[in-house]
Design a protein around this ligand. Structure first.
Ligand SMILES: Cc1cc2nc3c(=O)[nH]c(=O)nc-3n(C[C@H](O)[C@H](O)[C@H](O)COP(=O)(O)OP(=O)(O)OC[C@H]3O[C@@H](n4cnc5c(N)ncnc54)[C@H](O)[C@@H]3O)c2cc1C
Length: 416
């Protein structure tokens, strides 16, 4: 940014949240409910970031993958919180979130996919998770729009979905109702330090008066700075290198389809195949996701990405061909080295990290919010989140060594 600069200072908060995605908004809401004076600083306007792009699957069981027991533990714990969380949030905000407790059906389109799905189903059964193997006939009773050519499916009745954009807006309303503050169009550009302790952040917001390109900076003081700016958290250059979370952007594209006329919904609940998922919204729209690519901060929607999503969606639900292509969008998941969130005290005093939620940040929202609020209040965080402690990276050599190196679990061990 160019032009004049003016600078002001702000009174202190108990905690300032850098980033107003679902993670920042929910953590701030929970902390405000506990009596903390909180402020969320968001450079855009919610819903933004990955929150604005996510499909909103709440699918700890359907999304189960091998070799990630710690992640599964967190996802199940988060999933259990959702019914109560959503009821409380909708009551506190007066807003609907588009939460649909419809279950999820994962289908196998050929014999290879069926073999893989059977192995996953066996694991789900071993773990005591509620799932059922369904024949094609039974699958089509659940989802009449399914293709006629497939091998079978697994139903996870406890999985659900939410509309992440509506969720974010509900969180904004609930945060404000609880006395919390949200400042939009406000980018955090620097940290404020008292010796080695982080005591707040410096923000910049461009003036919007015609002909005035000045930049206003404002110092916001707080006892704690919660870094919750998603895929951008690894680029926080104002933090010492050893305190930056090891987060990278992982691009994902989704498409949105709209029914052309009033009729029965094309999907009753979440439907997934090995390559894609389809998530219905309350108003009949269908979100199809998602590609996954390592392309830095590129958010271009590509013809190839859209083609892949449409092709695979059509293989599962042929009737999508009749729907209107309502939109395409790409976003950046905050990926961590071991696919686990990074939530806990940071490597400098005054810093709390709440990032790295990768593919499941919407699902993780209630659990991470409770964890952040507990850390800020000095109470015990939920045990299910123990594996999210940023100190696990202290065992690794290289740029992510925490200041006070403690014994941690290496990413490879944690993923087992
Ligand atoms: C295609 C796709 C599909 C997905 N589907 C699902 C799904 O079905 N289920 C699920 O659980 N998860 C899903 N996710 C993952 C989920 O969206 C993320 O894990 C989650 O949104 C992370 O939330 P966040 O608040 O940490 O980050 P974000 O939502 O990215 O929010 C970070 C915010 O920080 C702001 N910010 C950045 N830097 C600064 C700064 N310096 N100052 C101020 N503000 C700043 C950004 O503008 C942004 O609003 C999906 C993601 C993608 C991309």
């Amino acid at each position: 940014m160019s032009g004049k600069r003016s600078s002001h200072s702000d009174e202190g908060f108990d905690a300032v949240f850098v980033g107003g995605g679902v993670i920042g908004l929910a953590g701030a809401w929970r902390a405000a409910q506990g009596g903390a004076r909180v402020c969320v600083l968001e450079r855009a306007e919610p819903p933004a970031g990955a929150t604005n792009v996510a499909a909103g699957m709440l699918a700890p069981v359907g999304e189960l993958s091998f070799g990630e027991p710690e992640l599964l533990k967190m996802m199940l714990a988060a999933g259990q919180l959702w019914p109560e969380f959503v009821a409380e949030l909708e009551a506190a905000s007066g807003e609907r979130t588009g939460h649909l407790p419809t279950g999820a059906l994962v289908v196998a389109l050929d014999r290879d996919e069926a073999g893989e799905l059977r192995r996953r189903h066996e694991l789900q059964q071993e773990l005591g998770l509620e799932t059922e193997w369904l024949t094609p006939t039974r699958c089509r009773e659940v989802e009449p729009g399914l293709t006629t050519s497939f091998v079978g499916g697994v139903m996870a009745p406890g999985d659900a979905s939410v509309d992440p954009r509506r969720l974010a807006l509900a969180l904004v309303a609930a945060l404000r109702a609880a006395g919390g503050e949200l400042r939009t169009g406000t980018e955090v550009v620097d940290g404020l330090w008292d010796g080695g302790r982080l005591v707040g952040v410096r923000t910049a917001s461009a003036e919007t008066r015609p002909g005035d390109d000045s930049v206003r900076t404002l110092d916001v003081h707080a006892d704690a700075v919660v870094l919750c700016n998603g895929a951008w958290s690894g680029q926080t250059t104002w933090l010492p290198e050893e305190a930056r979370p090891p987060v990278r952007p992982v691009k994902g594209e989704v498409i949105e389809l709209r029914p052309r006329e009033d009729g029965p919904p094309i999907a009753n609940g979440n439907i997934a195949s090995e390559r894609i998922y389809l998530v219905p919204r309350e108003d009949g729209r269908l979100v199809v996701g998602a590609t996954q690519e390592e392309r830095g901060f590129d958010t271009t929607v590509t013809a190839g990405g859209v083609h892949e999503l449409l092709r695979e969606a059509y293989r599962v639900l042929p009737d999508i061909a009749e729907m209107e292509l309502a939109g395409t969008i790409a976003g950046l998941r905050p990926g961590s080295p071991d696919n686990l969130p990074i939530v806990g005290r940071g490597a400098v005093e005054g810093l709390v990290l709440a990032t790295g939620h990768f593919r499941n940040g919407i699902l993780h929202t209630p659990l991470t919010a409770e964890t952040v609020a507990a850390i800020l209040a000095g109470t015990e965080p939920p045990p299910a989140m123990a594996g999210a402690d940023p100190a696990r990276f202290a065992a690794n050599p290289g740029p992510f060594v925490a200041q006070e190196a403690t014994k941690g679990t290496s990413p490879a061990e944690a993923a087992r």
